[in-house]
Ligand binder design. Sequence first.
Ligand code: SF4
Length: 703
Amino acid sequence: TPESLQAETTTVAACGYCATGCGLRLHVRDGQAVGLTPETEYPVNLGMACPKGWEALEVLAADDRATYPLLRDADGEMKRVDWDTALTTFTERFKSIQSQHGNDSVAFLSTGQIPCEEMAFLGALAKFGMGMLHGDGNTRQCMATAVTAYKESFGFDSPPYTYDDFQQSDCMVFVGANPCIGHPIMWERVLRNPNSPEIIVLDPRRTETAMAATQHLQLRPKHDLAILYAITQHLIASDLIDHEYVAAHTTGFETLAEHVASFTPDVVGPAAGITADAIRRAAESIGQADAASLWWTMGVNQSYQGTRTAQAMINIALITGNIGRPGTGANSITGQCNAMGSRLWSNTTNLFGHHKFESAEDRERVARILDIDVDRIPDQGSWSYDRIVEGIRRDEIKGLWVIATNPAHSWIHQGDFKELLDKLDFLVVQDMYASTETAQHADLLLPAAGWGEKEGTFINSERRYGLLKKVRKAPGEALADFQIFRGIAAYWGVESMFADWTHPEAVFEKMQAASEGRPCDISGIQGYRQIDQSGGIQWPWTRQDAASNDVPPQQRRLFADGTFYHSDGNARLIVDAVAAMPEPPDSEYPILLMSGRGTVSQWHTQTRTSKSKVLRKLYPQRPYVEIHPTDASLIGVRNGDTVSVRSRRGEIFVTAMVTPTVQRNQAFIPMHYDVTNQLTLSHFDPHSRQPSYKDCAVAITKV
Ligand code: SF4
């Protein structure tokens, strides 16, 4: 309680880990947060938090916080320097590279972990101020597929749902998603659903969510697209289609029906390792439900055919009329706390507010709103992340600025990526922690404040703007990323361009102006104060919404009237051939390795969560591989033995966890361990350029 903490005041802020966006009440004494409790009145989490949220303050006090700038000296040692030296070096080195090799030879890699206003500042500074063309976010690793799928199907990147839908569905389909541990507060909302919903899980693993499902389609990996097409085929064959909705609001039904005709359950089921009846039963559950919803996360997004798989789910929602009503939707669950903000405001592949770099009209509008010379806005978007990485290999990218992300741990085919980092002429890492795998390679480290030490807004999975609050002083000389960007603007000589970018809320006002009249319109929000008082506000929230005030901001879903963002108002039904697995298991590498979230208590590369004693206790610190009992006995491995896991890219030594949750000839290693991506394969979805993390062939042997 506030009393036991002897807090003087409390305030509510959005959590800074995952895209659920829980509200946490921070208890503050002498200007410093001394404790937190999940906020009971916040419409997202209703008084709940997962272990990461509970420990959010603990990790700010870690020993390895970056507290002052570090610069690598001639002997290769990182030495403390002052901010003047750091920013002078930053400017001189990057300008020197640009003058020798062109402006595009310096790029940035950003994140879904900083607030919208900092993302907007970073993108504007790097591109309009420093003249860079290329910069992408680590959201390429988690959400790019959903973005592409929605843009093509709906005409705008627009997850249509609100969290109340978890409690209003009577049939819920989770594909490649394990919300029990990945999004536990959302899962709690599912458990509060009074309809006793049918819960259908498509997952090769018997995950915690699959164990709680009423139907688990335990398919062979990467057969999800074929099964979704088979479900579609059976829906059509059984006439479980909303013909009126299809005719009024979609384009492409005949092509869809023709495409899926050969994907009968009898053909697809045995190939996918499940029965035809299981597919038929799932289809009928969806088709006969009053309100069916389909949900996906990384099992779909991180796939070489992710975009088409997501669109197969969107197709099912559309042809059954399950969209725009309570409890429905084809719903991508986002990963990071501000991945949704990155999608709108990062100025990477899209221009400020999902405008198009390629459109002269859009460039002029953004230039007018930001009061900058339109010629400073490039007429093309950035290379995607993987192309930036390839640009380093080809000597086209010589300088790199990495902000609040740890790609030396998380990028696919890690060994190759680390070698490329060392090939750079100059690498700047801007981070809260000096010890990340990426920071180890830096030439210059800029110490950044973290969640709780600065202000701004995050957008959660249901499009809700939540507020980040400053309730702690950052340690040492660490600065908010926003202040670092202001400093760089001054040293670079473009301070006047950002003269009125004085504080995050001033940037928020620019975001509001840029959003006006667009699907993501937030022009009606009355500043941070209204976000704070409302428990967050979902986009869109227009001036008209604000004036009429007859729609509560907490309960909004898109497409209630069946009008989508394509010029004719119709959604597109998109289908494609099923792609071949890039590296199928063979006699030398007979096991298919999947990676993913392994626990509720760790976050991504463990940069923050490993600093909490409690969170460490909740998760084995030694990496492990899940392996099926039969496979284990064939190689003489028992639970707890050390095994070698070898792919064509590397070999790691981990503990065997013998468990039937994985099927025969499959294995699973959590992504949180720094060794996992030594094995993974550089392969990407061709539409979204998202890495395919969950399908590399390995051999496992006893050590
Ligand atoms: Fe934070 Fe996500 Fe946990 Fe909520 S579920 S407390 S947003 S990490």
